[in-house]
Write a protein that binds this ligand. Structure first.
Ligand SMILES: Cc1cc2nc3c(=O)[nH]c(=O)nc-3n(C[C@H](O)[C@H](O)[C@H](O)COP(=O)(O)OP(=O)(O)OC[C@H]3O[C@@H](n4cnc5c(N)ncnc54)[C@H](O)[C@@H]3O)c2cc1C
Length: 353
């Protein structure tokens, strides 16, 4: 029998962040990931501390960013993977009023660090931005697909990774922890993203899920060096490739690319760019979203050795490191969870079925 301190299910942004906590604390662990779906594999990977619809900050954005950027840089050095890139994010203004709202926001104490008050004129002949751009400061992009692949290899070399479906029916809870297929662990952390819906211990939590689709285009003449935001993003990937999207669909929860999303994005793109392009791919993921836009952290009410780390929603890059530390301190050191992210806020409904 193999003995470990933790089993982790899922190696997306949440799973990686929890692995980092365990490594820092010299805990032993084994990660299961089936490599099938997952929001992290699809995400454009932008980190941007400002909500660009309203020019406000998301929950604890400054704290999250101050933790997230050094966290990803540290992983990059540790696993020798180049996956973080500083990338400007420019908001296309829709009107003079929109510009004025931006200037008003740039003068607010909590936002002045992140919103540049200098207008950026539109100099790209293939882009239509008659009211210019505003630039968000301290933005960038994580190549999450690459991070996941390299991190998986890093864990694999330490015999800490198994590419396999985790079968919840094989869990045996004991007084000491859990036994899973002959592996004894003190605890299991479920970081399954939307896969939580198949987890009988936590499936009753109100994870809503939101399907997002991108088209990937090749546009030789576009030559963008910043991510551009209007009602959607265009994110440069290099080699004249761009991610365009993503859509938001609250009804579908599968990962099948749709004609509707493709057409929606083509239509929107036509309002912004005028150069020729070719669609080379379409990608789909389900964001692990919760109605109150807060994460899902905590222990199962009957089996405290079973722990959930989910609900990173649309901003997994900024949130994952801060929340992993918070969850670890709760589990290992008995610190209270913030009420906003504690699964107890939904009552004690999470039961094994
Ligand atoms: C279209 C789209 C665009 C996005 N853009 C951004 C962005 O630009 N910036 C940003 O910060 N966030 C973005 N997000 C959100 C971000 O992707 C998520 O917040 C984050 O990836 C969630 O990470 P996670 O680890 O919780 O879940 P996931 O990434 O979904 O990881 C869960 C993992 O668990 C595995 N798994 C599940 N069940 C099992 C099982 N039973 N056995 C084995 N393995 C299992 C899955 O294969 C998967 O690898 C985007 C999301 C989408 C869908």
């Amino acid at each position: 029998m193999q003995d470990v301190d933790y089993i982790i299910v899922g190696l997306g942004l949440a799973g990686i962040a929890f692995c980092e906590q365990l490594e820092n604390a010299n805990k032993t662990f084994l990660v299961f990931d089936n490599g099938v779906d997952g929001a992290s594999r699809v995400a454009a990977g932008l980190y941007n501390p400002v909500i660009l619809k309203r020019y406000t900050l998301p929950w604890k954005a400054t704290e999250q960013l101050d933790i997230a950027v050094p966290y990803f840089k540290k992983i990059e050095r540790k696993i020798h993977a180049n996956c973080i890139q500083e990338l400007p994010v420019q908001k296309v203004f829709s009107s003079i009023e929109d510009q004025n709202n931006w200037f008003a926001a740039s003068g607010k104490p909590e936002l002045e660090r992140f919103i540049s008050p200098i207008l950026i004129p539109d100099t790209n002949e293939y882009i239509s931005a008659p009211y210019s751009y505003g630039k968000v400061l301290e933005t960038g992009r994580i190549d999450i697909k690459k991070l996941q692949k390299e991190y998986q290899e890093y864990l694999g070399a330490k015999n800490a990774f198994a590419k396999a479906d985790f079968e919840h029916s094989e869990i045996e809870c004991t007084d000491q922890g859990v036994i899973y297929k002959g592996i004894c662990a003190k605890r299991i952390v479920f970081a399954e993203g939307y896969g939580l819906k198949k987890n009988p211990y936590f499936m009753h939590l109100p994870l809503v899920g939101n399907k997002g689709e991108y088209i990937i285009i090749k546009a030789k003449d576009l030559k963008l060096t910043a991510a551009i935001k209007t009602s959607f993003f265009i994110v440069p990937l290099g080699d004249d490739l761009y991610k365009v999207g993503a859509t938001f669909n609250w009804n579908d929860k599968d990962t099948i690319p749709t004609k509707e999303a493709r057409e929606e994005l083509i239509e929107k793109l036509a309002t912004l760019i005028s150069c020729e392009y070719e669609i080379v791919d379409q990608e789909v993921g389900v964001r692990p979203t919760v109605g109150d836009r807060r994460a899902l952290l905590g222990m199962h009410p009957e089996y405290p050795q079973l722990i959930v780390f989910n609900g990173l929603g649309t901003r997994g890059i900024m949130m994952s490191a801060m929340l992993a530390t918070h969850l670890f301190n709760h589990v290992e050191n008995g610190e209270d969870l913030m009420k906003e992210v504690n699964i107890n806020r939904f009552g004690k409904k999470a039961k094994a079925s």
